[in-house]
Design a protein around this ligand. Sequence first.
Ligand code: 7RM
Length: 671
Amino acid sequence: MSSNEMNGTVFAPDNDLSENAYVSSFEQYEELYQKSIESPQTFWGEIAKQFHWETEANPKDFFSYNFDTQKGPIFTKWMTGASTNLSFNLLDRNVKNGLADQVAYYWEGNHPDDYSRITYKKLLQEVCRFANVLKSHGVQRGDTVSIYMPMVLELPIAMLACARIGAIHSIVFAGFSSDSLADRIDDCKAKVLITCDGAWRGEKPLEIKAICDEAMEKAAKLGHQVSKCIVVAHLNRVTPGCVKAAETIKSTPWNDDRDVWWNDEMEEAEAACYPEWMAAEDPLFMLYTSGSTGKPKGVLHTTAGYLLYASTTFKNVFDYKPGDIYWCTADIGWITGHTYVVYGPLANGASSVMFEGTPFFPDNDRYWQVVDKYKVNQLYTAPTAIRALMKFGDEPVLRHNLTSLRILGSVGEPINPEAWLWYYRKIGKGKCSIVDTFWQTETGGHVITPLPGATKMKPGSATFPFFGVKPSLLDENGVEVVGEGEGYLVFSQPWPGIMRTIYNNHPRYEETYFSKFPGYYCTGDGARRDADGYLWITGRIDDKLNVSGHLMSTAEIEAVLTEHKKVSESAVVSRPHPIKGECLYCFITPNQNEVFDKTLVNELKKLVRERIGPFAQPDVIQHAPGLPKTRSGKIMRRILRKIAINDRNVGDTSTLADESIVDQLFANRPE
Ligand code: 7RM
């Protein structure tokens, strides 16, 4: 079925699901939504009551903001005057409320024989002990801590330990290269780096500590030295299926002056640690996201607003009820893992599955096996994973009992109707609600999403705004598109979870998100509103592209490619990919007298892997004797995108300085 045919099809939530949901009708959603927009203070003030506040917010200054660069600096403030601590609210509060022995995480390792669990009480103790370890190494309130770890329980422990003492964590996804990690350690001037010796990805060992060593060396050359590196011994917890591969890993590289083992440090640490009371707008964490230039942007989230927003979206969008088992497959190294593996679920006292493995190991039924094993009620994953798993047909799915599932989530990129329908019919058996959640690292939590018991679904539409979110569509001139139509997706007022600044670079924050349309936060995505008011995200309209849900900028990749001494110029465009959603298609003009050959192609792929990470590796690198440019020298990417998909319908080429380039580029296509 094409997406066009699907536009008319509406799927109502299952009756039982609706009746029992927190928000059980569209009328109820609309009522709550109106209240959240008209009286944000009453709405969020009510929600705040469930949490512990060491000091209360000033009712006269609960919410203030400016989104208009012409009126002054951009700012958002929620709950001024309040002080609290995230780890206290996520752990101590839940333990006090009777959840001490409830499982916080069912940890499922790379291999099915590798699993463990941790209760709220135990998690609190471990967090306190590690908070004391951090303190013993001089980490104080306001300091930054870099974390580069796979999906092990020590990762949420490290995050919450930072939160407990008021240190700002900066997690770098453990698929990034040592160069990327070095830039991020240097940018935030991390005092300490927390990592693992290594990890397994399927049958492949990853030498994580070795990457950290390179990164710490490179960061030192950039001018910043971390004082300690704390290392979790994870490889000793050998994955049974991988015993043989273990022998291939060399012993962990070590620097006695700098490196310490997590377990050695924890042995003497006390299992209690008084929380640091943080002001509502004190930083909680930063998370880097790709910008148009090479320099990483540290998206900064703060304390009170993020807590309110992470917990409220988690509760309502996943309709999480006590006793449910929830599973978000995202890596904690991305924002989805921050908000919906750690902060949102724990703020609700939830029991989650935390998964270290891949969907394909030891077999392609791993997701379904895990759902069956833990009787998962909410599954939250990415379209790229759904598309990859669809390929294997229904048989791996039918091996398992999936009837525990009630809600299926999607995140990271637009979900195509084919994948949506497969998810709905084959995984959800036509009974589950699908929540297609649109949001960004910058938004902190879901901003456009269905509510599972209230919103009638249309495959491929993220539907309506969450509480407190006011979306608009703008045309090129900044005029609001009313009713049906398409435009830039922007927001005209802040919700509690929106980012507050770019770490150490407020001007870049204002420039990136608020300069295009004064008075609005600009997402960089396009969207369409249909006749029923449903919002459909159409994808990025800036120079970003989305490969398997990982956002990167074409300029960033081009900068890496042109670093190669044989390359004169490069231009990168995105090409649709059946599983990854989009992939990188690169045009390369070599320097004079240099040949374009297989060796160069391999060197360039390697360079991107080294500078950014394996997930950014280009799919195609093509020789371009010249690039299609206008007389003023602007590369016409529209034409390159056509060449990438071998579509001769390139449109008007009359503004090109040299029109013959187009035929040459078609002739040079490698496939
Ligand atoms: C959560 C996350 C953000 C970008 C965003 C979009 C795209 C994310 C959806 C989506 C269509 C969705 N944060 N995106 N979710 N597009 N429908 N449900 O992914 O910062 O890494 O990426 O991802 O382009 O701007 S992110």
